[in-house]
Design a protein around this ligand. Sequence first.
Ligand code: GTP
Ligand code: MG
Length: 200
Amino acid sequence: MNNKQIKILLVGKTRSGKTTFPKILENPDYIAPKATLFSSTKTPTVTEIIVDETKYVFCDTPGFGDLVKNDNKSLSNSSTMKAIENVVDQYDTICIVVSSINLDDENIESLIQFDTLFGNKRKIILATHAESFDEKDQNNFIESLQNHNKLHNLNYDYPNDVFFIGSLTEDDMISAYEESNNFKKNIIKDMRLTFLANIN
Ligand SMILES: Nc1nc2c(ncn2[C@@H]2O[C@H](COP(=O)(O)OP(=O)(O)OP(=O)(O)O)[C@@H](O)[C@H]2O)c(=O)[nH]1
Ligand SMILES: [Mg+2]
């Protein structure tokens, strides 16, 4: 086995899909649990997975933008940012995770916040919830980023810096539309392979 290692810091809005992503890379048939009401990742958490003899070290960080916490310990955006600053030096790539179906203000803010921060790091955008996206949907999403009035001056290299991923969820299993689930599974597999082929 070679020693190739890729270190990626996952950042972004709460429930954008940061924790789900390494699980999908490890197993594209992963079924995500139903979304919880509260943010789940409370501290930076390192997850290592091995895919095709490459080790991926992810640092999964708490999400931005959630003020309601189930343990009453509110994790503010500034404490999330401090937690990120403390570990960022150890990572080669910053992966800004946004929901492709709900590109709201907080997702936009996270793209702005990380654009120039941590200057020389490679920054990529991961658009989640894209399990029903065909190529045209992907292109439309990238165009909506490029043309967004708050984003068009940023330094992301479109379309090269934008990756897509999706997930099957418990809800898909309940509805059990096999055809629709197989359709999504194939899309997820392709997106996963595209990511793996281009991140190195
Ligand atoms: N359909 C779909 N659902 C997703 C996807 N990614 C995440 N979800 C759903 O959203 C929920 C929250 O995702 P997480 O990966 O925990 O989100 P997170 O960004 O880690 O959230 P915090 O830890 O709160 O910051 C999951 O349990 C899934 O139900 C996706 O790509 N597609
Ligand atoms: Mg999380």
